[in-house]
Ligand binder design. Structure first.
Ligand code: 3PY
Ligand code: MG
Length: 264
């Protein structure tokens, strides 16, 4: 079979606008709903959510027939973990808390086979290679693998230009929650200093020609960040969607309200 194309990476390169969602429910069943819901990309979160290579695998399988492109966010930069996510079929990895260019270079090497990197080779055991069914997988993998690093600390901002310049970094995603904490505004990602830092970072990243992304839930702010250079945004998370809908439905049937959510 042919090497599966990484459409997310293609569209990053083209500067196309891509809207995504964080997915933390760890469920292949709910992933299947989300994968056909109209998002350009979904990121399976294994940094804060209780995912592992096995649960990520079943979610990738569930999403495979649908248009959304799948990313995986590992919990750390461990090359052994990265290797497992790549082997089960993640083509794009989103790496949290990248603070300097050396870390970014190490991540590029973790994603690539020798001589460019250190990824271990076992195409016969890898779903990504369709267990040797993809012709020449090991030589084609580099072109279809995509690395997005998260800059979300004061130190990361200080080293932003060097991180963006690393060959093999395809995009940089700003994490407002961690950035706010690092800048002394824990729990206040909307603080003016955080906003200004995000705007500046998006401008600096996009000026280099690389893709800039950010988490933003307010549509007006998303438009503003797009004007600052963002091309891919995450607009929420599945856990929040479920919680908000559940709270609203329960509340709508209390206190004399007649309710609004039909259950069939
Ligand atoms: C953050 O905000 O810190 C994230 O990692 C995701 O947006
Ligand atoms: Mg973060």
């Amino acid at each position: 079979m042919d090497m599966p194309k990484n459409l997310f990476k293609q569209r990053l390169r083209q500067g196309r606008w891509q809207v995504g969602l964080f997915v933390g429910m760890t469920s292949a069943y709910s992933m299947e709903i989300l994968a056909g819901a109209g998002f350009d990309w979904l990121v399976i979160d294994a940094e804060h959510s209780p995912n592992n290579p096995a649960s990520v695998l079943s979610q990738l399988q569930a999403a495979a027939p649908y248009p959304a492109q799948l990313l995986v966010r590992p919990m750390n930069h461990d090359p052994a973990l990265i290797k497992q996510y790549l082997d089960v079929g993640a083509q794009t990895l989103l790496l949290p808390l990248v603070d300097n260019a050396v870390q970014a270079q190490d991540l590029v090497r973790a994603l690539r086979y020798p001589p460019d990197g250190i990824r271990g080779v076992a195409a016969s055991l890898a779903r990504a290679a369709h267990w040797n069914g993809v012709k020449d997988y090991v030589r084609q993998a580099k072109a279809e693998t995509c690395l997005v690093v998260q800059v979300e600390t004061r130190q990361g901002l200080e080293n932003l230009d060097a991180i963006v310049a690393v060959d093999g970094v395809d995009g940089v995603f700003i994490g407002p929650a961690d950035l706010a904490a690092s800048l002394g505004h824990l729990g206040d990602a909307g603080h003016s200093e955080v906003r200004a830092a995000i705007e500046d970072a998006l401008r600096r990243i996009s000026a280099t020609g690389k893709a800039a992304g950010v988490f933003v839930t307010d549509p007006a702010l998303a438009t503003h960040y797009r004007d600052c250079g963002a091309s891919f945004i995450a607009v929420g998370g599945d856990t929040t969607l479920l919680r908000n809908a559940a709270l609203k439905l329960a509340a709508s049937f209390r206190d004399g309200s007649s309710g609004s959510g039909a259950v069939t």
